[in-house]
Design a protein around this ligand. Sequence first.
Ligand SMILES: Cc1cc2nc3c(=O)[nH]c(=O)nc-3n(C[C@H](O)[C@H](O)[C@H](O)COP(=O)(O)OP(=O)(O)OC[C@H]3O[C@@H](n4cnc5c(N)ncnc54)[C@H](O)[C@@H]3O)c2cc1C
Length: 276
Amino acid sequence: MRIFSPVTLDQALLLRSELKCTVLSGGTDLMLKKQFLLSDEHDLLMLQKIEELHEISVKDGITHIGACATQTDILESSLLWGVFRDVVSCMSCPSIRNLATIGGNICNASPAGDLILLMSLLDANVVVQSLHGRKTIKIHDFITGPGKTVLKEDELLTEFCFEDSLRSYSYFYKKVGTRKANALSKLSFAGAAKYSGNTVSDIRIAIGAVAPVVVRSAEIEKLFSNRSRQELNDSSYSISKLYEKYLKPIDDQRSNAMYRKKVSLNLLKYYIERVI
Ligand SMILES: Cc1cc2nc3c(=O)[nH]c(=O)nc-3n(C[C@H](O)[C@H](O)[C@H](O)COP(=O)(O)OP(=O)(O)OC[C@H]3O[C@@H](n4cnc5c(N)ncnc54)[C@H](O)[C@@H]3O)c2cc1C
């Protein structure tokens, strides 16, 4: 196995197009994969030294997070807002957070990936680059199933972009795990609401680890936006019923399908009736 550690994105894209290589950002997911540890067929392309991929910035009303920004970078950034800290502070532990990147979390495409839930709630766009150019893909189209993305062999994920105005929403986040941090989610729930007086002008709901990809429904959200808090409260049962058909959890070593479904619907009800 040969190891390449370029310092510019151009060098990395060239290597990615010429070699059959495995991309490594922080390595905290990759290092646990048996097929990776046992294989020396593939060259390794390490991205950590590419400074431009670590940048977090806000330009023309759009927040940009580089794919190699670590969880610690996100936790400590003054440009990001409270929900980022709520999510990242429940992830792994400080030593892992210093290595683990947002790009790795999204490319790993685990249904339990905590930053996937957040990027989904924010309707983030994913920027993908290759020697042939740059394209922007909606996060909902980027992840197609557990461990599956539309990323091609010569492409790298380089950036996440979303509207900075989303900072004015009110957020609610709950991760259900065996302990507060250093545990993968049994399930996770995030809600965001924009208020205009007593009216909820926009409502977003994302539920993680209860289906092959994060559950978000633009259709249901549209149906219940521009309602008063009282109307939403009165509709909590019908909202739960509508979401129920999207919940297709599985039994695994962390939890079982029945628990996942029951708790996510309880959190949904709690969010609508108590938080909103
Ligand atoms: C002890 C421990 C606790 C953990 N706790 C949590 C937790 O609470 N919540 C959670 O969601 N996860 C958790 N994880 C999983 C992991 O830390 C995260 O998913 C992390 O964000 C992965 O990032 P990474 O940079 O280490 O990815 P890597 O391991 O480097 O890469 C993961 C995958 O993405 C690909 N990849 C990485 N970057 C790019 C890129 N820019 N372009 C194209 N492909 C790329 C790699 O080829 C690989 O397939 C935990 C892991 C450990 C070991």
